[in-house]
Design a protein around this ligand. Structure first.
Ligand code: DQA
Length: 146
């Protein structure tokens, strides 16, 4: 067990700042990363921060987090489509917090279903970049298994 927390981001989140700012806000992914690193420092976590547009690469990122203290996962659109990501989260057995910038339940019906929610420790959505901060705090508050 290390105090490393992996913050993993899925497709199109590299476009934050210019992507539908009315929904996702003005913060860039670099801004989100800076926020996570600052919060990670406050909580005593080493942060691994990654983004990919590819489903398979996201599976690889989740597998690479095996043994970490936690995962904060914004799988973006793959949340709503991917059995492979769900299986990866189950396989690594690392406490995982599903996060979303937007309130997915206030949006289209297809965003109301998540393949991930049943296998994660909890879900945080609707708070913009603060969703990530809350995800990190949630991991800090979980009992640590030896
Ligand atoms: C998102 C919500 C998803 O429905 C969407 O496909 C995204 C971003 C969010 O952070 O609000 O790409 O995960």
């Amino acid at each position: 067990m290390t105090d490393t927390v992996h913050v993993l981001n899925g497709p199109n989140l590299n476009l934050l700042g210019t992507r539908e700012p009315g929904i996702y806000g003005a913060a860039t992914l670099a801004d989100v990363e800076a926020l996570c690193r600052a919060e990670g420092e406050a909580l005593g976590f080493d942060i691994v921060f990654r983004q990919t547009n590819s489903e398979g690469a996201l599976v690889d990122f989740i597998q690479a987090a095996r043994g970490a203290r936690g995962i904060v996962l914004n799988a973006a659109a793959y949340t709503h489509t991917s059995v492979a990501l769900r299986d990866a989260v189950s396989a690594v057995a690392v406490p995982t917090i599903e996060v979303h910038l937007s309130n997915v339940f206030a949006r289209e019906d297809f965003r109301h279903h998540s393949y991930l929610s049943p296998v994660v420790r909890g879900v945080i959505c609707g708070f913009g970049p603060q969703s990530y901060v809350l995800g990190l705090r949630a991991i800090a508050g979980l009992p640590q298994t030896p």
